[in-house]
Design a protein around this ligand. Structure first.
Ligand SMILES: [Zn+2]
Length: 485
C-alpha cells in the first residue's frame, strides 16, 4: 500500500475523533434547531411530499416509506414505526445521475472558466495533469463525492482518466468508497500513448480486489477509453467484452474524433447498450443511425459543449434517431457539478437551435419539442439506464434503492409550485436541496450534511492545491487564468 494511504487514514482517524468531539458540543444546538436523528435500521417515513416519480408522473401529497436500503411503500396516509421526515409539500425526486465527470480535477475548480477545449488540452491535460500524485487524485475525488451528495447527485460517474499509475487508481477508488454516495468508477488513463494499460493487469487487479461485480455495490466499475482501429484498441474492447465491463468514450468531438471512430466501433461489434458516448456532437446522420441501432447511450454535457466547442449538444439528433440520453457536467475545472444547471442548459440549447433554424427558414417555432420533464428524465432515469442501474435507481419506485432528494419549497423562488418538472428545471437550484438519501441512508438533512465530512474534504483539497500550485510556474498560472481572446 502506498504511503499516502497511511497518511490519509491517520488523517481520517484524527478527523473522526474531532468530529465526535464537535458533535458532542454541537448536539444541544442541533436539538434546538430541531435536527432529526436517524438511527440505523429504523425505517424512514417521508410524509406529505410532492413526489416526482419520473417513471409514473407526479404524486401530490404522498408519503414514501424507506425500509433498509429500499423504497418499501408509496401512498397517502402511510403509517409505520419510523423516523419521520415532514416534507411539507416539498418536491421529492430520484437522485440525479451524472454519467461523465472528471472528478480528479476538482481541486482546480473554476480555473478554466474562459477556456476553450484547446486551452484545456494545453493546460490541464498536457502540463498540469502529469503533476498529480495519488494523494491529489484522492483529495479531488473525495471532495467531488462530498459535493455530489450535497447537490443531490446520488450517483456520479468518475470519468477517471488521470490514472497514470496503479497507485493513482487505488487512490481514486479509495476516495469513491470514502463517502457513502453511489459512484461509477470509470478507469481511464489519458496520459498513456496507447491502450496497453487496459490489458497489462492493473485493471484486472482493481476489478478483482475492489469490486464484487454486483450492480448493487455502492461503487461499481467500468472503463473510460477511446478505442480506434489499432491492435491495442481492439484488445481493449475485447478485454471489456470478456469481463462484461461497460465502456464510456468521448466521441464526436470536433477536431479529435468523428465518424471514423463510430464506424470502427460499429463494425467491431463494440456498440451496445453498455456503451456511453460523451458529447457526440460532431457526427454525421449515419453515425447517429449506427449508435441508435445498437442501443448505445449518449452523455450530453451541454454546458461543456456550448462553451468548449466539442460540437453542438446533439439532443435534437438523438430525438430524431431515437438515441437514449443521459446528462453530465464533465469537469468542475470549468463548470459546476450542478445538475439543475445541466438540465437548464440542455433544454435552452435544444430550444435555441430550433428557434434559430426556424428563423433562418423564415418561420417560427409554434411549440417546443423538448420538455422540462424530458430533461429531468435524462438527468435521473436516463443516467441510471446508461449505467445499467435502472433496476436499482433512477425513479421513485417501490422496490428500488432509496436514492432520494427532497427539495424545500418554503423559499420565495420555490413558491408557488404549479409545474413540478418545469420548476425543477427552471426555478430550483442546489441551494434548495434539503435532504439526500443514498441507499436508504440519510446523508443530508435540513440543508446540512449528516455523513460526509466537508471540513476534511476541504482540508485535503486545499493541501493538494497548494502542492500543485507550487509546481506550476507563475507565468503558466497567469497565462492559463487569462487566456487570450
Ligand atoms: Zn470529458
Amino acid at each position: 500500500m502506498a504511503s499516502w494511504s497511511g497518511t490519509t487514514r491517520r488523517r481520517a482517524l484524527t478527523g473522526a475523533v474531532a468530529a465526535v468531539g464537535a458533535g458532542a458540543l454541537a448536539a444541544p444546538r442541533a436539538e434546538a434547531a430541531g435536527r432529526v436523528a436517524f438511527p440505523a435500521g429504523r425505517p424512514i417515513l417521508i410524509r406529505r411530499a410532492t413526489v416526482v416519480t419520473v417513471d409514473r408522473g407526479v404524486l401530490p401529497d404522498t408519503d414514501v416509506l424507506v425500509e433498509g436500503e429500499r423504497i418499501k411503500a408509496i401512498g397517502r396516509g402511510l403509517t409505520a414505526p419510523a423516523t419521520v421526515i415532514e416534507a411539507g409539500g416539498g418536491l421529492l425526486i430520484p437522485g440525479f445521475v451524472d454519467t461523465h465527470r472528471h472528478m480528479w480535477q476538482t481541486s482546480l475548480r473554476g480555473v478554466g472558466a474562459d477556456w476553450t477545449l484547446g486551452d484545456y488540452m494545453q493546460w490541464m491535460i498536457t502540463k498540469w495533469g502529469p503533476l498529480f500524485r495519488p494523494e491529489d487524485i484522492y483529495a479531488a475525488n473525495h471532495l467531488g463525492m462530498v459535493e455530489a451528495v450535497n447537490d443531490g447527485v446520488t450517483t456520479v460517474t468518475d470519468w477517471s482518466h488521470g490514472l497514470r499509475t496503479p497507485e493513482h487508481a487505488e487512490a481514486a477508488v479509495d476516495a469513491l468508497f470514502s463517502v457513502p454516495g453511489r459512484a461509477r468508477f470509470a478507469y481511464g488513463n489519458t496520459f498513456a500513448t496507447d491502450l496497453g494499460w487496459v490489458t497489462d493487469g492493473r485493471v484486472d487487479r482493481v476489478l478483482r480486489e475492489r469490486f464484487t461485480g454486483r450492480p448493487d455495490q455502492l461503487v461499481t466499475m467500468q472503463l473510460a477509453l477511446e478505442a480506434n482501429d489499432t491492435e491495442d484498441g481492439r484488445a481493449a474492447l475485447r478485454f471489456a467484452r470478456d469481463r462484461d465491463l461497460a465502456v464510456t468514450s468521448h466521441a464526436g468531438v470536433f477536431g479529435f474524433s468523428g465518424d471514423e471512430q463510430i464506424r470502427f466501433l460499429y463494425e467491431f461489434g463494440a456498440l451496445s447498450p453498455s456503451v456511453t458516448l460523451v458529447h457526440a456532437g460532431s457526427l454525421s446522420d449515419g453515425s447517429y443511425r449506427r449508435i441508435a441501432g445498437k442501443g448505445a447511450f449518449l452523455s450530453i454535457a451541454s454546458e461543456s459543449e456550448l462553451s468548449a466547442g466539442q460540437g453542438y449538444p446533439p439532443t435534437a439528433k438523438a430525438r430524431a434517431f431515437g438515441i437514449p440520453l443521459s446528462l453530465s457536467m464533465d469537469t468542475v475545472i470549468w463548470w459546476s457539478g450542478d445538475m439543475f444547471s445541466a438540465m437548464r442548459s440542455t433544454l435552452s440549447a435544444d430550444r435555441g437551435l430550433a428557434h434559430l433554424r426556424a428563423h433562418e427558414a423564415g418561420h417560427t417555432v409554434a411549440h417546443n419539442a423538448l420538455r422540462a420533464a424530458d430533461v429531468l428524465q435524462y438527468a435521473t432515469l436516463g443516467g441510471a439506464r446508461a449505467l445499467g442501474l435502472d433496476s436499482l435507481i433512477g425513479s421513485v419506485t417501490v422496490g428500488k434503492r432509496a436514492d432520494l432528494v427532497l427539495l424545500r419549497t418554503d423559499t420565495a423562488a420555490m413558491t408557488p409550485v404549479h409545474n413540478p418538472a418545469g420548476h425543477l428545471v427552471f426555478q430550483a437550484g442546489r441551494g434548495d436541496v434539503d435532504t439526500v438519501l443514498v441507499n436508504g441512508r440519510v446523508l443530508k438533512h435540513r440543508g446540512e450534511l449528516t455523513g460526509p465530512d466537508l471540513p476534511r474534504a476541504r482540508r485535503l483539497a486545499e493541501d493538494s492545491f497548494a502542492y500543485l500550485r507550487s509546481r506550476i510556474p507563475n507565468a503558466d498560472w497567469e497565462a492559463a487564468m487569462n487566456p487570450p481572446r
